[in-house]
Ligand binder design. Structure first.
Ligand SMILES: C[S@@+](CC[C@H](N)C(=O)[O-])C[C@H]1O[C@@H](n2cnc3c(N)ncnc32)[C@H](O)[C@@H]1O
Ligand SMILES: COc1cc(-c2oc3cc(O)cc(O)c3c(=O)c2O)cc(OC)c1OC
Length: 329
């Protein structure tokens, strides 16, 4: 019987190309980080029309000595669909390459309300990325997460002790929330209709609660989060009320509880504890009580690209918390 481990040279060559591709894929994150750092999207947005390499470089204050390197950098970013290129003829009829924004780089324009720059800055921070170095060894460790193995404390303890990480975390979550808030209110707004009060448990700096309060002014919205997250916000806002506390201990009473991107931070036992506190906070179902959960559902039937993103989010949760992205059943 032929050895199952025998592969043709062609298969091995393809395998090597595949492994090199996987190995060097960290350049995707690092190119994204560098594009944000340089502010390429801001310059293209401000210019308002396709921009030539030399103009882009001079506006970004990049030395002409780096022309070839920057052209190669832009070639990769364009290949990644972060920017697009267009060939146009100049007055002497020579073809010149121009760069322009794509929907993805539109999200990297710092002045845009939907920009996701704070989330990118959070995820590429050495404090977060450092934990990825110990994923392999964590499988043999008793620590709750690779993050805890790397930093000797959990993520939420660390955010409470380090104001700069707390700020990055809150701004990162808020930046990713804006588009999701609009989508939820547009497609599932009926869920909130008829409520008199709602508490956003682990609601961070209140992006979602404020959007709900604006769309449904009759709902009294409260945000419960850890004291270091909400203490500075308490006086700032008249639209929502901020309460500092611990969702494992108690949840303020309301008609409904919202859990957006909370349960995926915790393992099944911890989720049951949180859900018990939430159940105590609301009336019974017949009296209108409800728990609204917004989390990613891992679904192998949707397109490959989306599944890959879901799997990466699942690994992010595994690396930083005790949680996971869950499937429907
Ligand atoms: C992933 S963030 C989600 C924030 C917000 N719900 C959103 O969708 O942007 C998780 C939030 O849970 C909060 N959190 C963690 N442990 C908590 C606890 N024991 N009680 C209340 N909030 C907690 C964190 O401070 C953080 O704001
Ligand atoms: C910003 O958009 C999303 C963020 C999350 C998300 O990201 C995190 C990143 C961390 O470094 C630590 C965390 O604990 C978390 C989260 O708990 C968390 O929810 C999730 C999203 O969708 C599920 C986001 O939108 C795509």
């Amino acid at each position: 019987m032929a050895d199952q481990m025998e592969f043709t040279t062609r298969e091995l060559l393809e395998a090597q190309a595949h492994v090199w591709n996987l190995l060097l894929s960290y350049f995707k994150s690092m190119c994204l980080k560098s594009a944000v750092e340089l502010g390429i999207a801001d310059v293209l947005k401000k210019h308002g029309k396709p921009m030539e390499l030399s103009d882009l470089m001079s506006t970004l204050s990049i030395s002409p000595l780096r022309t070839d390197s920057f052209r190669r950098f832009m070639r990769t970013l364009t290949h990644m669909d972060l920017f697009a290129e267009k060939k146009l003829n100049d007055p002497d009829d020579h073809q010149v390459k121009y760069y322009l924004l794509t929907p993805s780089s539109h999200l990297l324009v710092s002045g845009e309300t939907m920009n996701v720059i704070p989330f990118i800055n959070l995820e590429v921070d050495p404090m977060m990325m450092g934990a990825s170095q110990v994923i392999g060894s964590w499988f043999k460790s008793p620590k709750a997460s690779p993050f805890e193995l790397f930093h000797s404390k959990g993520l939420w303890e660390m955010t409470s002790e380090r104001p700069e990480l707390n700020k990055m975390m809150n701004e990162g979550m808020a930046s990713g929330s804006r588009l999701v808030c609009d989508t939820v209110l547009m497609t599932c707004g009926h869920v909130f209709r008829g409520l008199k009060s709602l508490v956003d448990v682990g609601g961070g700096t209140g992006t979602m609660a404020r959007a709900i309060a604006r769309a449904f002014p009759e709902i009294k919205c409260t945000v419960l989060d850890l004291p270091h997250v909400v203490d500075s916000l308490k006086e700032e806002d008249s639209v929502v009320e901020y309460v500092g506390g611990d969702m494992f201990v108690s949840v303020p009473h309301a008609n409904a509880v919202l859990l957006k991107w909370i349960l995926h931070d915790w393992n099944d036992e911890e989720c049951v504890k949180i859900l018990r506190r939430c159940k105590e906070a609301i009336p019974i179902k017949d009296a209108g009580g409800k728990i609204i959960i917004i989390d990613m559902v891992v679904d192998a039937t949707i397109d490959k690209h989306a599944v890959e993103t879901q799997l990466y989010f699942d690994l992010l949760m595994m690396m930083l918390t005790t949680g996971k992205e869950r499937e429907e059943i």
